[in-house]
Structures are given as structure tokens and as C-alpha cells.
Design a protein around this ligand. Structure first.
Ligand code: SME
Length: 149
């Protein structure tokens, strides 16, 4: 599944749409094609502020369009520069709930020239669905997106 999606991600990156439109297409592709991806979005550092701002996403609208560094899974990844896989969101103290249906989450930082400038965030309604294959694939997606930022 992930290997088949890689060329589709690259072809979106190679299109002549705006970067935001290409990220939107990627969110929609991943949500549509990966059964355990129920919400897919990109957050980016908001200017000089120590906070994240929601960019393109696919799935239900969220109230959490701004997330301070350190808060929630997303805010922790903004500081740690590391992938964060959460098999069970209810077991996390520092977690921001977006929907009661969400069971698990994965956040992978996005680097441009070695700097952590944002992240891709996936919510799943399936318990404990993420493996190394998700991490490797999402690292690939972020490396592709980094080319157009
Ligand atoms: N659950 C995230 C907040 C963002 S929503 O999942 C879209 C967190 O704890 O950072």
C-alpha cells in the first residue's frame, strides 16, 4: 500500500499547483487510500512564535488550529524533533483531544535544511494501528513536501 502511494505523492509534488494545494491533495490522497488514516493534516511553525498553525488537512474540522510548543503530541514533536507514535491516546497525559472517536495518533516532524519547521499529523479511529512502515512512509512524504517549501 505505502509503496504504491509513493509515486502518487511524488506526482502531486511535481504538479504546478500552489504548495498549499499540493499539500491539500496529499492529505486527501492519504486519508482516502490508507484505511487507518482518519484525519491527516500539516502543522507549521507560525512565523517567529513558539506555536504551530494548522495548514492543509483532510477530515473533520478541528478547533486546534493553533498549538503552543510543548502542548499535546504536536507541540511535543515541535520541541523533540522526533517521530511520536501514540498507540493509545487515552494513555497520554499531554494530549489534545480533537475528536472522541480518535484512538491513536502519529506525528512526524518535517525538516527543511535540517530545521524542524512543521509536521504531518495523523489521527486514527483504529487502536494501535501504526508500524515502522507508517513512520518510513510519512518521513518520505515530508521529504517530498520539503522540496516545495
Ligand atoms: N491530538 C493533537 C492535536 C491535533 S489534532 O489531533 C488534529 C495533539 O495532541 O497535539
Amino acid at each position: 500500500m505505502f509503496n504504491a502511494l509513493r509515486p502518487q505523492v511524488s506526482s502531486i509534488i511535481d504538479s504546478n499547483k500552489t504548495p498549499d494545494a499540493r499539500m491539500q491533495d496529499i492529505c486527501e490522497l492519504l486519508k482516502a487510500e490508507i484505511p487507518h488514516y482518519d484525519w491527516v493534516g500539516f502543522y507549521f511553525k507560525n512565523g517567529d512564535k513558539r506555536e504551530l498553525k494548522l495548514g492543509a488537512y483532510a477530515g473533520a474540522p478541528t478547533d486546534h488550529t493553533i498549538i503552543p510548543y510543548g502542548k499535546g503530541i504536536c507541540g511535543q514533536v515541535a520541541e523533540s524533533n522526533q517521530n511520536f507514535v501514540v498507540p493509545d491516546v487515552q494513555a497520554q497525559d499531554n494530549y489534545i483531544a480533537c475528536s472522541i472517536t480518535v484512538k491513536a495518533e502519529i506525528v512526524v516532524p518535517l525538516f527543511v535544511n535540517g530545521e524542524n519547521i512543521g509536521q504531518i499529523d495523523i489521527d486514527s479511529n483504529t487502536p494501535d494501528p501504526f508500524t515502522k512502515a507508517d513512520e518510513t512512509f510519512l518521513e518520505f512524504v515530508n521529504a517530498e513536501v520539503a522540496k516545495i517549501l
